[in-house]
Design a protein around this ligand. Structure first.
Ligand code: EPU
Length: 421
Protein backbone atom coordinates (compact mmCIF):
# COMPACT_ATOMS: atom_id res chain seq x y z
CA UNK A 1 0.00 0.00 0.00
CA UNK A 2 1.18 3.52 -0.72
CA UNK A 3 0.95 6.78 1.15
CA UNK A 4 1.36 10.39 0.09
CA UNK A 5 4.07 12.50 1.64
CA UNK A 6 3.71 16.28 1.53
CA UNK A 7 6.04 19.03 2.66
CA UNK A 8 3.52 21.82 3.09
CA UNK A 9 3.59 25.57 3.18
CA UNK A 10 4.19 26.38 -0.50
CA UNK A 11 1.63 28.33 -2.54
CA UNK A 12 0.64 26.56 -5.77
CA UNK A 13 1.22 28.35 -9.05
CA UNK A 14 0.63 27.67 -12.74
CA UNK A 15 -1.93 26.04 -15.02
CA UNK A 16 -3.63 22.70 -14.83
CA UNK A 17 -5.99 20.99 -17.28
CA UNK A 18 -9.03 19.26 -15.87
CA UNK A 19 -9.81 15.66 -16.87
CA UNK A 20 -13.07 14.21 -18.11
CA UNK A 21 -15.76 13.68 -15.50
CA UNK A 22 -15.71 10.42 -13.55
CA UNK A 23 -19.37 10.65 -12.62
CA UNK A 24 -20.40 11.33 -16.21
CA UNK A 25 -18.21 8.56 -17.62
CA UNK A 26 -19.53 5.79 -15.35
CA UNK A 27 -23.25 5.89 -16.28
CA UNK A 28 -22.31 6.55 -19.92
CA UNK A 29 -20.24 3.36 -19.89
CA UNK A 30 -23.23 1.47 -18.46
CA UNK A 31 -25.47 2.95 -21.17
CA UNK A 32 -23.30 1.19 -23.79
CA UNK A 33 -25.06 -2.04 -22.72
CA UNK A 34 -28.13 -0.72 -24.57
CA UNK A 35 -26.38 -0.30 -27.92
CA UNK A 36 -26.12 -2.42 -31.03
CA UNK A 37 -22.59 -1.84 -32.29
CA UNK A 38 -19.62 0.11 -31.02
CA UNK A 39 -19.73 3.14 -28.70
CA UNK A 40 -16.78 5.50 -28.49
CA UNK A 41 -16.38 7.76 -25.50
CA UNK A 42 -13.59 10.26 -25.65
CA UNK A 43 -12.10 12.15 -22.75
CA UNK A 44 -12.72 9.27 -20.35
CA UNK A 45 -10.41 9.71 -17.35
CA UNK A 46 -7.84 7.07 -16.38
CA UNK A 47 -9.18 5.97 -13.02
CA UNK A 48 -9.57 2.71 -11.19
CA UNK A 49 -13.37 3.27 -11.05
CA UNK A 50 -13.40 3.40 -14.86
CA UNK A 51 -11.29 0.21 -14.98
CA UNK A 52 -13.55 -1.51 -12.45
CA UNK A 53 -16.71 -0.68 -14.38
CA UNK A 54 -14.88 -1.81 -17.54
CA UNK A 55 -14.29 -5.17 -15.83
CA UNK A 56 -17.96 -5.36 -14.78
CA UNK A 57 -19.01 -4.67 -18.40
CA UNK A 58 -16.51 -7.28 -19.57
CA UNK A 59 -18.18 -9.87 -17.34
CA UNK A 60 -21.50 -8.80 -18.83
CA UNK A 61 -20.27 -9.64 -22.32
CA UNK A 62 -18.87 -6.32 -23.54
CA UNK A 63 -15.49 -5.75 -25.15
CA UNK A 64 -13.97 -2.71 -23.46
CA UNK A 65 -10.82 -0.98 -24.64
CA UNK A 66 -9.40 2.16 -23.02
CA UNK A 67 -7.04 3.58 -25.62
CA UNK A 68 -3.92 5.64 -25.00
CA UNK A 69 -5.65 8.86 -26.12
CA UNK A 70 -8.33 8.37 -23.44
CA UNK A 71 -10.98 7.05 -25.81
CA UNK A 72 -13.06 4.16 -24.53
CA UNK A 73 -14.40 1.76 -27.14
CA UNK A 74 -17.21 -0.47 -25.88
CA UNK A 75 -19.08 -3.11 -27.88
CA UNK A 76 -21.46 -5.71 -26.51
CA UNK A 77 -20.54 -9.13 -27.91
CA UNK A 78 -22.55 -11.51 -25.78
CA UNK A 79 -25.78 -10.88 -23.87
CA UNK A 80 -25.98 -14.21 -22.09
CA UNK A 81 -24.61 -13.13 -18.68
CA UNK A 82 -26.54 -10.51 -16.72
CA UNK A 83 -25.02 -10.80 -13.24
CA UNK A 84 -22.74 -8.17 -11.67
CA UNK A 85 -20.90 -9.93 -8.86
CA UNK A 86 -20.28 -8.76 -5.30
CA UNK A 87 -16.48 -8.72 -5.54
CA UNK A 88 -16.54 -5.97 -8.14
CA UNK A 89 -19.65 -4.04 -7.08
CA UNK A 90 -18.50 -3.75 -3.45
CA UNK A 91 -15.44 -1.75 -4.53
CA UNK A 92 -17.53 0.73 -6.45
CA UNK A 93 -21.12 1.68 -5.73
CA UNK A 94 -21.35 3.35 -9.14
CA UNK A 95 -21.65 -0.10 -10.74
CA UNK A 96 -25.32 -0.13 -9.65
CA UNK A 97 -25.95 1.85 -12.84
CA UNK A 98 -25.77 -1.35 -14.94
CA UNK A 99 -29.11 -2.40 -13.41
CA UNK A 100 -31.40 -0.24 -15.59
CA UNK A 101 -29.73 -0.94 -18.96
CA UNK A 102 -29.41 -4.69 -18.33
CA UNK A 103 -33.05 -4.95 -17.40
CA UNK A 104 -34.25 -2.88 -20.36
CA UNK A 105 -32.10 -4.66 -22.94
CA UNK A 106 -31.95 -8.22 -21.66
CA UNK A 107 -35.11 -8.47 -19.56
CA UNK A 108 -33.08 -9.64 -16.57
CA UNK A 109 -30.47 -8.20 -14.24
CA UNK A 110 -28.85 -9.48 -11.09
CA UNK A 111 -26.61 -6.97 -9.35
CA UNK A 112 -24.94 -7.25 -5.98
CA UNK A 113 -26.43 -4.86 -3.42
CA UNK A 114 -23.70 -2.28 -2.96
CA UNK A 115 -23.99 -2.00 0.84
CA UNK A 116 -22.96 0.89 3.06
CA UNK A 117 -19.85 2.96 2.75
CA UNK A 118 -17.84 5.37 4.83
CA UNK A 119 -19.80 8.41 3.72
CA UNK A 120 -22.90 6.92 5.35
CA UNK A 121 -25.95 4.88 4.40
CA UNK A 122 -26.52 4.86 0.67
CA UNK A 123 -29.79 3.06 -0.02
CA UNK A 124 -31.06 2.15 -3.51
CA UNK A 125 -34.79 2.31 -2.81
CA UNK A 126 -35.33 5.06 -5.40
CA UNK A 127 -33.63 2.98 -8.12
CA UNK A 128 -35.92 0.05 -7.31
CA UNK A 129 -39.07 2.19 -6.99
CA UNK A 130 -38.44 3.67 -10.43
CA UNK A 131 -37.77 0.35 -12.13
CA UNK A 132 -40.81 -1.22 -10.42
CA UNK A 133 -42.96 1.62 -11.75
CA UNK A 134 -41.81 0.59 -15.24
CA UNK A 135 -43.08 -2.93 -14.55
CA UNK A 136 -40.00 -4.72 -13.27
CA UNK A 137 -40.42 -7.54 -10.79
CA UNK A 138 -37.75 -7.04 -8.17
CA UNK A 139 -36.49 -9.28 -5.40
CA UNK A 140 -33.60 -8.73 -3.00
CA UNK A 141 -32.14 -12.02 -1.79
CA UNK A 142 -28.74 -13.31 -0.74
CA UNK A 143 -27.21 -9.86 -1.14
CA UNK A 144 -28.32 -9.44 -4.73
CA UNK A 145 -31.09 -7.44 -6.34
CA UNK A 146 -32.75 -9.32 -9.16
CA UNK A 147 -34.95 -7.49 -11.64
CA UNK A 148 -37.04 -9.05 -14.42
CA UNK A 149 -39.42 -7.80 -17.07
CA UNK A 150 -40.43 -9.11 -20.50
CA UNK A 151 -40.62 -5.54 -21.77
CA UNK A 152 -40.71 -2.49 -19.53
CA UNK A 153 -43.70 -0.15 -19.89
CA UNK A 154 -43.51 3.63 -19.68
CA UNK A 155 -44.96 5.18 -16.53
CA UNK A 156 -45.04 8.32 -14.41
CA UNK A 157 -42.39 8.10 -11.69
CA UNK A 158 -41.75 10.48 -8.80
CA UNK A 159 -38.08 10.19 -7.85
CA UNK A 160 -37.74 12.54 -4.88
CA UNK A 161 -36.38 11.08 -1.64
CA UNK A 162 -35.59 12.32 1.84
CA UNK A 163 -32.44 14.01 0.52
CA UNK A 164 -33.85 15.33 -2.72
CA UNK A 165 -33.30 13.70 -6.09
CA UNK A 166 -30.88 10.82 -6.71
CA UNK A 167 -28.29 11.06 -9.45
CA UNK A 168 -27.74 7.39 -10.24
CA UNK A 169 -31.39 6.42 -9.63
CA UNK A 170 -32.34 9.00 -12.27
CA UNK A 171 -29.65 7.55 -14.55
CA UNK A 172 -30.92 4.00 -14.06
CA UNK A 173 -34.57 4.83 -14.66
CA UNK A 174 -33.78 7.10 -17.62
CA UNK A 175 -31.72 4.33 -19.27
CA UNK A 176 -34.43 1.73 -18.63
CA UNK A 177 -37.21 4.05 -19.87
CA UNK A 178 -35.25 4.75 -23.07
CA UNK A 179 -36.11 1.23 -24.26
CA UNK A 180 -39.48 0.77 -22.52
CA UNK A 181 -42.78 0.57 -24.37
CA UNK A 182 -44.40 4.02 -24.46
CA UNK A 183 -43.79 7.21 -22.54
CA UNK A 184 -42.16 7.70 -19.14
CA UNK A 185 -42.28 10.92 -17.16
CA UNK A 186 -39.72 11.22 -14.36
CA UNK A 187 -40.73 13.90 -11.86
CA UNK A 188 -38.09 15.26 -9.50
CA UNK A 189 -35.33 13.90 -11.70
CA UNK A 190 -31.77 14.81 -10.79
CA UNK A 191 -30.54 17.66 -12.98
CA UNK A 192 -26.78 17.31 -12.40
CA UNK A 193 -24.60 18.05 -15.46
CA UNK A 194 -23.60 14.36 -15.46
CA UNK A 195 -27.26 13.40 -16.01
CA UNK A 196 -27.50 15.91 -18.86
CA UNK A 197 -24.39 14.40 -20.39
CA UNK A 198 -25.84 10.90 -20.13
CA UNK A 199 -29.10 12.11 -21.73
CA UNK A 200 -27.14 13.59 -24.64
CA UNK A 201 -25.33 10.31 -25.17
CA UNK A 202 -28.58 8.34 -25.04
CA UNK A 203 -30.16 10.74 -27.56
CA UNK A 204 -27.18 10.20 -29.87
CA UNK A 205 -27.79 6.46 -29.51
CA UNK A 206 -31.38 6.95 -30.70
CA UNK A 207 -33.31 7.64 -27.49
CA UNK A 208 -36.06 10.25 -27.26
CA UNK A 209 -35.55 12.33 -24.11
CA UNK A 210 -36.82 15.83 -23.33
CA UNK A 211 -36.09 17.97 -20.31
CA UNK A 212 -32.52 16.89 -19.48
CA UNK A 213 -31.11 19.40 -17.02
CA UNK A 214 -34.54 20.02 -15.45
CA UNK A 215 -36.43 18.12 -12.75
CA UNK A 216 -38.89 16.68 -15.32
CA UNK A 217 -37.79 14.21 -17.95
CA UNK A 218 -40.09 12.96 -20.69
CA UNK A 219 -38.81 9.80 -22.36
CA UNK A 220 -40.45 7.99 -25.28
CA UNK A 221 -39.17 4.45 -25.47
CA UNK A 222 -37.55 3.13 -28.63
CA UNK A 223 -37.05 -0.47 -29.78
CA UNK A 224 -33.42 -0.17 -30.76
CA UNK A 225 -30.42 1.91 -29.83
CA UNK A 226 -27.17 2.09 -31.77
CA UNK A 227 -23.55 2.74 -30.95
CA UNK A 228 -22.61 6.43 -30.79
CA UNK A 229 -19.65 8.71 -30.21
CA UNK A 230 -19.48 11.11 -27.33
CA UNK A 231 -17.05 13.37 -25.49
CA UNK A 232 -17.60 13.46 -21.74
CA UNK A 233 -17.87 16.78 -19.92
CA UNK A 234 -15.04 18.14 -17.78
CA UNK A 235 -14.90 16.97 -14.19
CA UNK A 236 -16.38 19.84 -12.15
CA UNK A 237 -15.26 18.26 -8.88
CA UNK A 238 -11.66 17.79 -10.03
CA UNK A 239 -11.74 21.45 -11.18
CA UNK A 240 -13.10 22.57 -7.82
CA UNK A 241 -10.47 20.50 -6.01
CA UNK A 242 -7.62 22.30 -7.84
CA UNK A 243 -9.24 25.67 -7.12
CA UNK A 244 -9.54 24.78 -3.44
CA UNK A 245 -5.89 23.68 -3.29
CA UNK A 246 -4.81 26.94 -4.92
CA UNK A 247 -6.97 29.15 -2.69
CA UNK A 248 -6.02 27.31 0.50
CA UNK A 249 -2.29 27.68 -0.16
CA UNK A 250 -2.63 31.34 -1.19
CA UNK A 251 -1.48 30.45 -4.70
CA UNK A 252 -2.40 31.51 -8.22
CA UNK A 253 -3.68 28.76 -10.46
CA UNK A 254 -5.63 28.62 -13.72
CA UNK A 255 -7.79 25.55 -14.16
CA UNK A 256 -8.22 24.97 -17.89
CA UNK A 257 -11.14 23.22 -19.48
CA UNK A 258 -13.49 23.77 -16.55
CA UNK A 259 -17.13 24.48 -17.41
CA UNK A 260 -17.99 27.67 -15.52
CA UNK A 261 -21.75 27.00 -15.57
CA UNK A 262 -21.21 23.74 -13.72
CA UNK A 263 -19.25 25.49 -10.97
CA UNK A 264 -21.57 28.41 -10.15
CA UNK A 265 -22.28 27.40 -6.54
CA UNK A 266 -18.64 26.54 -5.87
CA UNK A 267 -17.37 29.82 -7.29
CA UNK A 268 -20.00 31.73 -5.31
CA UNK A 269 -18.75 30.21 -2.04
CA UNK A 270 -15.11 30.79 -2.99
CA UNK A 271 -15.92 34.45 -3.50
CA UNK A 272 -17.79 34.57 -0.21
CA UNK A 273 -14.58 33.24 1.37
CA UNK A 274 -12.57 36.06 -0.18
CA UNK A 275 -10.83 34.12 -2.99
CA UNK A 276 -10.23 36.22 -6.07
CA UNK A 277 -11.57 34.59 -9.19
CA UNK A 278 -11.35 35.42 -12.85
CA UNK A 279 -13.36 33.40 -15.32
CA UNK A 280 -12.43 33.29 -18.96
CA UNK A 281 -13.39 31.09 -21.87
CA UNK A 282 -12.16 27.65 -21.11
CA UNK A 283 -10.98 28.23 -17.59
CA UNK A 284 -11.07 29.73 -14.12
CA UNK A 285 -8.20 31.49 -12.40
CA UNK A 286 -8.02 31.73 -8.65
CA UNK A 287 -5.80 33.97 -6.58
CA UNK A 288 -5.79 33.02 -2.97
CA UNK A 289 -6.14 36.23 -1.07
CA UNK A 290 -6.58 36.27 2.73
CA UNK A 291 -9.44 33.83 3.19
CA UNK A 292 -12.30 34.51 5.60
CA UNK A 293 -14.86 32.13 7.04
CA UNK A 294 -17.88 31.37 4.84
CA UNK A 295 -20.93 29.20 5.34
CA UNK A 296 -21.90 26.45 2.94
CA UNK A 297 -24.77 23.99 2.64
CA UNK A 298 -24.50 21.04 0.29
CA UNK A 299 -27.48 20.50 -1.99
CA UNK A 300 -28.31 18.74 -5.26
CA UNK A 301 -27.25 20.66 -8.41
CA UNK A 302 -27.27 23.62 -8.94
CA UNK A 303 -26.49 23.85 -5.22
CA UNK A 304 -23.08 23.34 -3.67
CA UNK A 305 -21.96 19.74 -4.35
CA UNK A 306 -21.40 17.33 -1.48
CA UNK A 307 -18.36 16.10 -3.43
CA UNK A 308 -16.69 19.50 -2.77
CA UNK A 309 -17.61 19.73 0.91
CA UNK A 310 -14.43 18.17 2.31
CA UNK A 311 -12.14 20.25 0.06
CA UNK A 312 -14.00 23.44 1.04
CA UNK A 313 -13.55 22.53 4.69
CA UNK A 314 -9.80 22.18 4.08
CA UNK A 315 -9.84 25.75 2.73
CA UNK A 316 -11.76 27.06 5.72
CA UNK A 317 -9.58 25.59 8.48
CA UNK A 318 -7.05 28.41 8.17
CA UNK A 319 -9.49 31.12 7.06
CA UNK A 320 -10.12 34.04 9.38
CA UNK A 321 -13.25 33.59 11.45
CA UNK A 322 -15.86 30.87 11.68
CA UNK A 323 -17.48 28.79 8.94
CA UNK A 324 -20.54 26.61 9.20
CA UNK A 325 -20.68 23.63 6.86
CA UNK A 326 -24.05 21.89 6.59
CA UNK A 327 -24.20 18.53 4.83
CA UNK A 328 -27.67 17.87 3.41
CA UNK A 329 -26.86 15.00 1.05
CA UNK A 330 -24.81 12.63 3.21
CA UNK A 331 -25.33 13.75 6.84
CA UNK A 332 -22.45 11.57 8.06
CA UNK A 333 -19.86 12.66 5.51
CA UNK A 334 -17.50 14.28 7.99
CA UNK A 335 -14.83 11.61 8.56
CA UNK A 336 -12.17 14.03 7.30
CA UNK A 337 -12.93 16.52 10.11
CA UNK A 338 -11.32 14.42 12.84
CA UNK A 339 -8.23 13.87 10.66
CA UNK A 340 -7.91 17.62 9.98
CA UNK A 341 -8.02 18.15 13.74
CA UNK A 342 -4.80 16.10 13.90
CA UNK A 343 -3.21 18.83 11.79
CA UNK A 344 -4.37 21.50 14.23
CA UNK A 345 -7.77 22.43 12.76
CA UNK A 346 -10.60 23.41 15.12
CA UNK A 347 -13.74 21.68 13.92
CA UNK A 348 -16.82 20.83 15.92
CA UNK A 349 -19.22 18.37 14.30
CA UNK A 350 -22.80 18.17 15.59
CA UNK A 351 -25.03 15.96 13.49
CA UNK A 352 -24.87 17.17 9.92
CA UNK A 353 -23.26 20.51 10.79
CA UNK A 354 -19.55 21.20 11.15
CA UNK A 355 -18.44 24.47 12.68
CA UNK A 356 -14.91 25.37 11.65
CA UNK A 357 -13.05 27.98 13.63
CA UNK A 358 -10.19 29.27 11.54
CA UNK A 359 -6.70 28.81 13.04
CA UNK A 360 -3.47 30.66 12.17
CA UNK A 361 -1.62 27.60 10.98
CA UNK A 362 -1.72 23.83 10.58
CA UNK A 363 1.20 21.58 11.43
CA UNK A 364 2.02 18.38 9.53
CA UNK A 365 1.08 14.97 10.95
CA UNK A 366 0.07 11.50 9.78
CA UNK A 367 -3.57 11.30 8.73
CA UNK A 368 -5.80 8.57 7.35
CA UNK A 369 -8.07 9.04 4.33
CA UNK A 370 -11.57 7.55 4.56
CA UNK A 371 -12.99 8.14 1.09
CA UNK A 372 -12.22 9.74 -2.24
CA UNK A 373 -13.04 13.37 -1.47
CA UNK A 374 -11.66 13.09 2.08
CA UNK A 375 -8.35 12.02 0.50
CA UNK A 376 -8.30 15.13 -1.67
CA UNK A 377 -9.22 17.34 1.29
CA UNK A 378 -6.46 15.90 3.48
CA UNK A 379 -3.96 16.49 0.70
CA UNK A 380 -5.09 20.13 0.53
CA UNK A 381 -4.73 20.45 4.30
CA UNK A 382 -1.29 18.84 4.03
CA UNK A 383 -0.28 21.40 1.39
CA UNK A 384 -1.25 24.16 3.84
CA UNK A 385 0.36 22.61 6.93
CA UNK A 386 3.89 23.46 8.01
CA UNK A 387 6.26 20.51 7.81
CA UNK A 388 5.57 16.96 6.73
CA UNK A 389 2.16 15.35 6.38
CA UNK A 390 1.71 11.69 5.52
CA UNK A 391 -1.69 10.82 4.07
CA UNK A 392 -2.32 7.11 4.44
CA UNK A 393 -4.87 4.74 2.93
CA UNK A 394 -4.87 6.64 -0.35
CA UNK A 395 -6.20 3.94 -2.65
CA UNK A 396 -9.46 5.88 -2.88
CA UNK A 397 -7.63 8.70 -4.60
CA UNK A 398 -6.88 6.73 -7.78
CA UNK A 399 -10.57 5.84 -8.01
CA UNK A 400 -11.48 9.42 -8.79
CA UNK A 401 -8.51 11.66 -9.62
CA UNK A 402 -6.27 11.25 -12.63
CA UNK A 403 -2.70 11.56 -11.31
CA UNK A 404 -3.50 14.23 -8.72
CA UNK A 405 0.00 13.96 -7.25
CA UNK A 406 1.63 14.58 -10.65
CA UNK A 407 -0.64 17.56 -11.32
CA UNK A 408 0.12 19.12 -7.93
CA UNK A 409 3.86 18.59 -8.48
CA UNK A 410 3.58 20.56 -11.72
CA UNK A 411 1.96 23.37 -9.73
CA UNK A 412 5.02 23.44 -7.48
CA UNK A 413 3.85 21.31 -4.57
CA UNK A 414 6.33 19.18 -2.73
CA UNK A 415 4.34 15.95 -2.79
CA UNK A 416 5.20 12.36 -3.60
CA UNK A 417 3.98 8.81 -3.28
CA UNK A 418 5.89 6.36 -1.13
CA UNK A 419 5.40 2.74 -0.22
CA UNK A 420 4.20 2.37 3.33
CA UNK A 421 6.68 0.60 5.58
N1 EPU B 1 -30.70 8.09 -1.82
C1 EPU B 1 -31.80 7.44 -1.32
N2 EPU B 1 -32.28 6.39 -2.03
C2 EPU B 1 -31.75 5.98 -3.20
C3 EPU B 1 -30.63 6.65 -3.71
C4 EPU B 1 -30.12 7.71 -2.99
O1 EPU B 1 -32.31 7.80 -0.26
O2 EPU B 1 -32.26 5.02 -3.79
C5 EPU B 1 -30.15 9.23 -1.08
C6 EPU B 1 -28.67 9.07 -0.74
O3 EPU B 1 -28.49 8.29 0.42
C7 EPU B 1 -28.22 10.49 -0.60
C8 EPU B 1 -29.05 11.20 -1.66
O4 EPU B 1 -30.14 10.35 -1.94
O5 EPU B 1 -28.61 10.98 0.67
C9 EPU B 1 -28.32 11.51 -2.94
O6 EPU B 1 -27.60 10.38 -3.39
P1 EPU B 1 -27.47 10.02 -4.93
O7 EPU B 1 -28.31 8.83 -5.23
O8 EPU B 1 -27.71 11.24 -5.74
O9 EPU B 1 -25.96 9.57 -5.01
P2 EPU B 1 -25.37 8.57 -6.09
O10 EPU B 1 -26.13 8.74 -7.34
O11 EPU B 1 -25.27 7.21 -5.51
C10 EPU B 1 -23.63 10.21 -7.12
C11 EPU B 1 -22.13 10.30 -7.22
C12 EPU B 1 -21.55 10.62 -5.84
C13 EPU B 1 -22.16 11.93 -5.35
C14 EPU B 1 -23.70 11.82 -5.33
C15 EPU B 1 -24.39 13.11 -4.94
C16 EPU B 1 -21.58 8.79 -9.01
C17 EPU B 1 -20.90 7.54 -9.45
N3 EPU B 1 -21.58 9.05 -7.71
O12 EPU B 1 -23.90 9.13 -6.24
O13 EPU B 1 -20.15 10.81 -6.06
O14 EPU B 1 -21.71 12.22 -4.05
O15 EPU B 1 -24.17 11.44 -6.64
O16 EPU B 1 -24.07 14.13 -5.83
O17 EPU B 1 -22.08 9.53 -9.83
C18 EPU B 1 -17.88 10.91 -5.48
O18 EPU B 1 -17.64 11.12 -6.69
O19 EPU B 1 -17.01 11.05 -4.58
C19 EPU B 1 -19.23 10.50 -5.09
C20 EPU B 1 -19.50 9.92 -3.92
Amino acid sequence: MQKIVIEGGKPLAGEVAVSGSKNATLPIMAACLLAEGECRISGAPRLTDVDTLGTVLGELGAKVEHRADGELAITVKDESKSTAEYDLVRTMRGSICVLGPLLAKRGFAKVSLPGGCVIGARPIDLHLKGLQALGAEITCEHGYVTARAQRLRGARVYMGGAFGSSVLATANVMMAAAMAEGQTVIEYAACEPEIQDLAEFLIDMGASIEGAGTHRLVIRGVRRMDGARHRVIADRIAAGTFLAAAAATGGQVTVKGAEIGHLAAVLDRFEAAGAELATADGGVRVEGAELRGADVTTLPFPGFPTDMQAQFMAMMVTAQGTSTITEKIYPERFMHAAEMTRLGAKINVRGNVAVVEGVERLTGATVMASDLRASAALIIAGLVAEGRTDVRRIYHLDRGYEDLVGALQKLGASIRREDEE
